[in-house]
Design a protein around this ligand. Structure first.
Ligand code: NAD
Length: 419
């Protein structure tokens, strides 16, 4: 799907979900406008000399930070390095963070950032310079109580460490300015795997509520990065049967189940899933349409859309990625009776653990891994129950119930603060 079309779908989708929720909640038009419009949008260009075919060339990379809403606390959201990053996509993802932080009850607002770059095409040195120059220009807008970035697609603890270093040059050592850091620099035990663990925990919960056979249920996962790999590892530990995995190059399939630890070792050694022993190659498009019990999109937006919604065979979709199902596909899937755990709930383990990391940094007192994961799972299961109860009471789907809870909380904070 062309990049621009995908971004359109991502903003339209967000708009449609909100419009349905606003109508159900009778939100006045003036308040709708306030809740929809971002507080601030910043676009930054970063010139950088890079090596191309042995020659040094000057490139200008464009990045954005959209700070959507801070009624409930400092802006919070990931930083994405991907060639498809655009202002429109960043805006939709920033807004999603506002609803996500409100839904899971962490004291943050919503933001998102990104640079349109393929990080795999840059040397580590060039990536460091790019990150630090971006943060130099962003420094007046971020801060422990202003805006706290975190990892997303194409960024990792190393990138967060560079952010910490660049910000600390002018503000003194400030670990709480960014989450998802390496442990050595004030990162939290469990943060790296938190999003995937949260997805796995809620997959288990939703599967048991749908009476799917947890032991041996067949799971397909698109995307084998931070979120996809930790989801797969945890689900395999819990007794699920992971039958297909993919990355940007394509997928691998094994009807008898994939050894997820071996897949991770293979990716660490070769960079890709391609060629994994005891599996057959499969395309990303074929993977989404495989017969299975549970489908977990853990890569990009709009991967489940009008072109494939009719062909999805899973009984349950758990949205590990942000906005992976377009609004039109969502309607088709609902009509077909396919249950969906929505992104603002399914992948909220990441921002929950980011909150714990921030708290530990402010307290200068680290928690152990068991404490982080226990608190994370308790929080997600409690929120799941709240969402499911509201959905049952009102006869609506989990997504609408999640949006209703989130919008109500943000609207209350906006009113109390007199925005
Ligand atoms: P990542 O960069 O670590 O991994 C992304 C994976 O998706 C890789 O395996 C990549 O090869 C694959 N991929 C990229 N383009 C693809 C395509 N066109 N088709 C199929 N696969 C493709 O990123 P991540 O941190 O795992 O994030 C994945 C998703 O989860 C994103 O939607 C992100 O916004 C969301 N998310 C991440 C976090 C987090 O803590 N990292 C938290 C919440 C939500």
């Amino acid at each position: 799907m062309p990049v621009e079309r995908k971004h359109c779908q991502c903003q339209d989708t967000q708009g449609h979900f909100l419009a349905r929720a606003f109508a159900r909640l009778n939100v006045e038009l003036e308040l709708q406008a306030l809740l929809l419009h971002p507080f601030r949008e910043t676009t930054i260009s970063v010139p950088l000399k890079v090596h191309n075919d042995g020659k040094e060339v000057l490139r200008t990379y464009v990045g954005h930070r959209v700070q959507h809403n801070h009624a409930r606390g400092p802006f919070k959201g990931g930083l994405r390095f991907h060639p498809g990053v655009s202002l429109g996509e960043t805006r939709a993802l920033a807004q999603l963070m506002t609803w996500k932080t409100a839904l899971v009850g962490v004291p943050f607002g919503g933001a998102k950032g990104g640079i349109a770059v393929d990080p795999a095409a840059l040397s580590l040195d060039a990536l460091e310079v790019l990150t630090k120059r971006f943060i130099q220009k962003m420094a007046p807008l971020i801060g422990t109580h202003q805006d706290i970035p975190a990892p997303d697609i194409g960024t990792n603890p190393q990138v967060m460490a560079w952010i910490l270093e660049e910000y600390s040059k002018s503000h003194g050592y400030t670990p709480a300015v960014v989450t998802g850091k390496p442990l050595e620099l004030g990162g939290s035990a469990g943060r790296l795997e938190s999003t995937g663990y949260g997805v796995a925990c809620l997959t288990q919960k939703a599967a048991s509520e749908l009476s799917l056979p947890v032991n041996g249920a067949r799971v397909v996962i698109q995307g084998f990065g931070n979120v996809g790999s930790h989801t797969a590892l945890r689900l395999a530990e819990l007794g699920f049967h992971v039958i297909a995995l993919s990355d940007v190059r394509g997928g691998v399939y094994a009807d008898t189940g994939i050894d997820v630890s071996a897949a991770l070792r293979h990716v660490r050694a070769t960079g890709w899933l391609e060629g994994l022993a005891d599996t057959e190659p499969i395309s990303n498009a074929e993977l989404l349409e495989l017969p299975c019990d549970i489908l977990i999109p853990a890569a990009l937006e709009a991967t489940i859309n009008c072109d494939n919604a009719d062909a999805i065979k899973a009984s349950l979709i758990v949205e590990a990625a942000n906005i992976p199902v377009t609004h039109l596909a969502d309607a088709t899937l609902r009509e077909r009776g396919i249950a969906i755990v929505p992104d603002i709930l399914a992948n909220a383990g990441g921002v929950s653990a980011s909150y714990y990391e921030w708290v530990q940094n402010l307290q200068e007192f680290p928690w152990d891994h068991e404490t982080v994961i226990r608190r994370l799972e308790q929080r997600l299961l409690r929120v799941y129950d709240e969402v499911r109860d509201l959905a049952q009471r009102r006869g609506i789907d989990l997504r609408m119930a999640a949006y209703e809870l989130a919008i109500t909380r943000v609207a209350e904070a906006v009113a109390l603060r007199g925005f």
